[in-house]
Design a protein around this ligand. Structure first.
Ligand code: BJW
Ligand code: ZN
Length: 238
C-alpha cells in the first residue's frame, strides 16, 4: 500500500446490523413494507407528525437494548491508534460508534439522541420521547422534531466531509448499500482525487465497481481484520 496518512471511513447501517439494529433496504428492512423514501421526508412529517415522531421514539428507545459490536470497537481502536488524519463519517443515527469510544466522527444524517427545534433552529441532546413530549427549552415552542436528515434535506457538515474526501489517501466504505446520495458519490470523488478505495460489505454495493478493492463478509469480522492490517502496516513503516 502506498504511504497513507489521511483516512476517511464511511459507515452505513450494515455496521450496526450485528448489534441488532435493522438495515434499511434488506429483507427485514426498517420500514416493513413502506419505502424509506415515503416516510423519511419533510412532507411525511407535515402529513402525519404523530406517526413520524412515534417511529423515531421507538428507534430511540431501541438504542438502550443494543451495544457496539467488534466492528465499532475496531474503528474506535483505529481512532485511538492512527497517528495521521482520520474522519469517520457515519450515515447512521445510532450512537454505537461513540459508545465504542470513537471520537473523530460525524453524523451526516443526524442523530436519534438529538432534537431539532423547527421554531428556533436549535439542536439539543435529547433522550426522551417526542410524541406528547417537552417544548423547546430555548424558545418555548411546541416544535421539536427528530434531528434526522430527511430526503431532500441537506446532510450535515458537507463542506468538512467534502474537504476530507478530496484530501484522503484512503477511503473505506463499510456496510452501506450505496443507494443514497451524496454519500454514495464519495467513492468516485475520493478516487478521482487520487485516493485508494476499499469497500467492506456483506454483498457488493450499488457502487462496487468504483472501488479498487471489495472485501465481502460480515462487518464484525472484516473491519477488525482490516484495522489490524492497516495498523500493522503503519507500525512496520515506522
Ligand atoms: C452488512 C451487514 C453486515 C448488512 N456486515 N455489511 C435521484 C438521483 C440521485 C439522487 C437523488 C435522486 N433523487 C433524490 C436524490 C437525493 C436523495 C437520494 O439519494 N435519494 C435516493 C433514494 C436516490 N438524497 C437526499 O435527499 C439527501 N440530501 C440531499 O441530497 O441534499 C441535497 C444535496 C445536494 C448536493 C450536495 C449535498 C446534498 C438526504 C438523504 C437523507 C437520508 N436519510 C436516511 C434516513 C435517516 C435516518 C433514519 O431514519 O434512520 O438515512 S435514509 C436511509 O438510507 C438512512 C441511511 O443513512 C441511508 C443509507 O442507507 P445505508 O446505511 O446504506 O443502509 P442500507 O440498508 O441501504 O444498506 C445496508 C448495507 O449493509 C447493505 O449493502 C447490506 O448488504 C450491508 N450489510 N448486514 C456488513 N453484518
Ligand atoms: Zn426552539
Amino acid at each position: 500500500m502506498p504511504d497513507i496518512q489521511k483516512i476517511v471511513v464511511l459507515t452505513g447501517a450494515g455496521i450496526s446490523a450485528e448489534s441488532g439494529l435493522a438495515t434499511f433496504r434488506g429483507p427485514d428492512g426498517l420500514w416493513e413494507g413502506r419505502r424509506v423514501e415515503d416516510i423519511c421526508t419533510p412532507e411525511a412529517l407535515e402529513r402525519d407528525r404523530a406517526l413520524v415522531l412515534d417511529f423515531y421514539d421507538h428507534r430511540r428507545r431501541a438504542l438502550t437494548q443494543v451495544a457496539p459490536n467488534p466492528a465499532h470497537e475496531a474503528l474506535a481502536r483505529l481512532d485511538a491508534e492512527w497517528p495521521g488524519e482520520l474522519l469517520i463519517v457515519t450515515q447512521n443515527v445510532d450512537d454505537l460508534h461513540e459508545r465504542a469510544g470513537a471520537a473523530r466522527i460525524l453524523h451526516m444524517h443526524g442523530a436519534l439522541l438529538s432534537a431539532l427545534c423547527e421554531g428556533c433552529g436549535e439542536r439539543r441532546l435529547f433522550g426522551g420521547d417526542m410524541l406528547d413530549g417537552p417544548r423547546c427549552e430555548i424558545c418555548g415552542q411546541d416544535a421539536l422534531r427528530p434531528d434526522i436528515v430527511f430526503f431532500g434535506e441537506m446532510p450535515y457538515e458537507m463542506e468538512r466531509i467534502e474537504r476530507a474526501v478530496m484530501d484522503a489517501d484512503l477511503f473505506v466504505s463499510i456496510g452501506t448499500s450505496g443507494a443514497v446520495y451524496p454519500a454514495a458519490g464519495f467513492v468516485e470523488a475520493a478516487r478521482h482525487a487520487g485516493a485508494d478505495t476499499l469497500e467492506l460489505n456483506l454483498e457488493p454495493s450499488a457502487g462496487s465497481v468504483f472501488f479498487h478493492e471489495t472485501r465481502l463478509g460480515p462487518a464484525s469480522v472484516m473491519v477488525p481484520e482490516w484495522v489490524d492490517e492497516i495498523l500493522a502496516e503503519q507500525a512496520a513503516e515506522n
